[in-house]
Design a protein around this ligand. Structure first.
Ligand code: FE2
Length: 198
């Protein structure tokens, strides 16, 4: 099987002013396309050729190129899905779940933003579900919570904190980019991913 760069459900300029059009275009059509193409090249002639992306990411002894590009492929697919120019609020059920796991909505956002802000170098912040319990973690590079040395949760929300995700618009101001991200999170999609994780 080979992997395909997914189309976005919105135009490159739709998330402006929070995420600018030029960054979105380069991020999707160059960076995500690059991970997708490199993953397809890396799996040719290997045991990974007939596996889906979750089977690949949860395999032991991943070769570096498959780990990096498989993670990059999967992580960006999830990232585009949970963003929206017209994001839905969380349902009262999901708000209750957040309150139960993090004391409050604000403390969940604070913990996630801290994970994203303190990730040294390139990586991701995640909200994960494990047996219905929510937790926050971060991973370096294009690693993913699903990987065998990950946190063991299923990611339902992710934030890319590679400089390629924000540098054109925010330069070194990663905290401003993280703050802007919250305006774009489609909580109905996050909740759907939570339900699917159960
Ligand atoms: Fe990225």
């Amino acid at each position: 099987m080979s992997f395909t760069l997914p189309n976005l459900n919105y135009s490159y300029d739709a998330l402006s002013p929070h995420f600018d059009a030029k960054t979105m275009e380069i991020h999707h059509s160059k960076h995500h396309a690059g991970y997708t193409n490199n993953l397809n090249t890396a799996i040719i002639g290997t045991d990974f050729e007939n596996k889906n992306i979750k089977e690949i990411l949860t395999s032991p002894n991943l070769p570096t190129s498959i780990r990096n590009n498989g993670g990059g492929y999967y992580n960006h697919c999830l990232f585009w899905e949970i963003l929206s120019p017209n994001p839905n609020n969380a349902s009262s059920d999901f708000m209750n779940l957040i309150n139960k796991n993090f004391k409050s909505w604000d403390s969940m956002q604070e913990e996630f933003s801290k994970a994203a802000g303190t990730r040294f170098g390139s990586g991701w912040a995640w909200l994960c579900s494990k047996d219905g319990t929510l937790s926050i973690c971060s991973t370096p590079n294009q690693d993913n919570p699903l990987m065998l040395d990950g946190c063991g949760g299923i990611p339902i929300l992710g934030l890319d904190v590679w400089e390629h995700a924000y540098y054109l618009n925010y330069q070194n101001r990663r905290p401003d980019y993280i703050k802007a991200f919250w305006n774009l999170v489609d909580w109905s999609m996050v909740e759907a991913k939570y339900q699917a994780s159960l």
